[in-house]
Design a protein around this ligand. Structure first.
Ligand code: CO
Length: 133
């Protein structure tokens, strides 16, 4: 089912400060920040040669990141995203394995359909699947 690791997402309390750190201290190439209103997050990407980091901070009052940052005020590893060829087929496999899917496929940060799995069903790590094409 799984193809490439698409990105590793890190939740941060201050996106501009985090971007500055990756750009100015670590010397990485970073993207502009983008508000994803329907996801309740503002995100920016750090581009690496083999994968990306997605830096996330809450957007709006009902951001799903709020609780996470209350538990991890300094920020922390939030999710991993893997590419899959066929999202529908992947969802069927997950359903058969009693792995809870948290959302109907929705457009994620790269304009591609994504789903998330419940971290209690995936050994403690929130996993995202993104349709490769
Ligand atoms: Co993501």
């Amino acid at each position: 089912m799984l193809n490439r690791l698409n990105h590793v997402a890190i939740a941060v309390p201050d996106l501009m400060e985090a971007l500055k750190f990756y750009r100015d201290v670590l010397g990485a190439q970073v993207s502009a920040a983008e508000d994803l209103k329907e996801h309740g997050v503002t995100s920016a990407f750090v581009n690496l040669s083999n994968t990306k980091l997605e830096l996330l901070t809450p957007y709006g009052e009902n951001s799903p990141l709020k609780g996470f940052l209350e538990r991890h005020p300094k920020g922390g590893l939030h999710h991993l995203c893997f590419e899959v060829d066929d999202l529908e087929a992947s969802m069927e496999i997950l359903q058969k394995a009693d792995t809870r899917i948290l959302n109907q496929p929705k457009i994620g940060a790269h304009g591609k359909l994504v789903i998330f799995m419940h971290p209690k069903d995936t050994f403690g790590c929130l996993l995202e699947l993104e349709k490769s094409s």
